[in-house]
Design a protein around this ligand. Structure first.
Ligand code: NAD
Ligand code: ZN
Ligand code: ZN
Length: 344
């Protein structure tokens, strides 16, 4: 089968031919119907494998959807041909976090060498994907795989971040979204669907700010040296009650803490090497900063339910598997509006 692999540090991913995988006992083989590209793939590829601990070559793709193609021995409860989305942050399945469905915070995954598909295990950017356990699969139940595959990360990650801030987002409150890309443009829609907050979106690109407005941002602000002052002005000097930084680079973590109001919740989601300053005088009174990772299995089910209710519409650009290197190039250059999805 064809697969898109990160093969060598410093080079773009390549499309190669690899053997078709076979499901072992307890595993499920999916014929991939859609796979999303995430900016985190660059976080993975920007560091040498000695640092990341990744074995190369690595088939990329941690947003996956497919139809059930083959069942390993002992697997029950799935129909051949069933259309499913893949829950990516695989855990051990039994520790206290996994028992709550929070496999993203599994206590034993690292020690057991369990890694998500595309971030250690072979990923979804291929014609077939091997899934270790049927519990990682959520039925799409009528959702289009191409338009919903980004919900497994670009939807689930902001959903998890926003859920942690819901008590702050009462009527009259403001939520700031920094970075209206793959995650950010879904975050804006989730905020509109789940809260009465006014949403202010920031980005460096005019095109992304247009998309932010289209998907529901009340205000858009260029992410520049005036951004903090502009957001303060828009909030009557008070700042925001919740801030979601989907860039996480030094300029944006400074904006994120700078626009936070008293008792704000600041979630640094982007992996851009930025560090938020916390300390008396550096941050508004009683504001809290956290760095959430992905989301739980239950939250993925909730996000898909929300999409089925029509509350979220992911903007996708589609590419064939052979065009994946081009799609990565465009993502790297900031040219993808919404999410790039590979349709093998
Ligand atoms: P993306 O490339 O689709 O979007 C990034 C957006 O940020 C773009 O619209 C870009 O124009 C904008 N941007 C760049 N610099 C900016 C700046 N200084 N100010 C404001 N906006 C700026 O990326 P994505 O796939 O949405 O991922 C976003 C970030 O989240 C990445 O760092 C990714 O690695 C990270 N991520 C984290 C998790 C997690 O669990 N914590 C999960 C998925 C992705
Ligand atoms: Zn991702
Ligand atoms: Zn676990």
């Amino acid at each position: 089968m064809k697969a898109v692999q990160y093969r060598e540090f410093g080079r773009l991913p390549e499309v190669v031919e690899v053997p078709d995988p076979e499901p072992g006992p307890g595993q499920v083989l999916l014929e991939v119907t859609a796979a999303g590209l995430c900016h985190s793939d660059f976080a993975v590829m920007s560091r040498p494998p000695e640092e990341t601990g990744l074995a190369l070559p690595l088939t990329l793709g941690h947003e996956g959807a497919g139809t059930v193609a083959k069942l390993g021995a002992g697997v029950t409860g799935l129909e051949l041909g069933e259309s499913v989305a893949v829950y990516g942050p695989w855990g051990c399945g039994t520790c206290p976090m996994c028992a709550q469905g929070k496999e993203n915070y599994c206590r034993r995954a690292a020690a057991l060498g369990i890694r998500p598909p595309g971030l250690g295990a072979p990923g979804a950017l291929a014609e077939y994907l091997l899934v270790d356990d049927p519990r990682h699969l959520v039925p799409l139940a009528g959702l289009d795989p191409v338009r919903s595959v980004p919900l497994t990360d670009a939807g689930l990650t902001p959903y998890h971040a926003i859920k942690g801030a819901l008590t702050r987002l009462v009527p009259g409150s403001t939520a700031v979204v920094i970075g209206a890309g793959g995650l950010g443009h879904v975050a804006i829609q989730l905020l509109r669907a789940l809260t009465p907050a006014r949403v202010i979106a920031l980005d460096v690109s005019a095109e992304k700010l247009d998309l932010a407005r289209t998907v529901g941002a009340h205000e858009v602000v260029p992410s520049d040296a005036h951004a903090v002052a502009r957001v303060r002005e828009l909030t009557g000097g008070l700042g925001a009650q919740a801030v979601f930084d989907f860039v996480g680079a030094p300029p944006t973590t400074a904006i994120a803490t700078g626009v936070a109001g008293t008792e704000a919740d600041v979630a640094i989601v982007g992996i851009g090497g930025g560090v938020a300053s916390v300390g008396f005088g550096a941050l508004a009174y009683d504001a809290a900063v956290r760095a959430p990772y992905w989301g739980s299995r239950a939250e993925l089910i909730e996000v898909l339910d929300l999409a089925r209710a029509g509350a979220v519409d992911v903007h996708v650009e589609t590419y064939s598997i052979d065009e994946a290197p081009l799609a990565y190039q465009r993502l790297h250059e900031g040219k993808v509006n919404g999410r790039a999805v590979i349709v093998p």
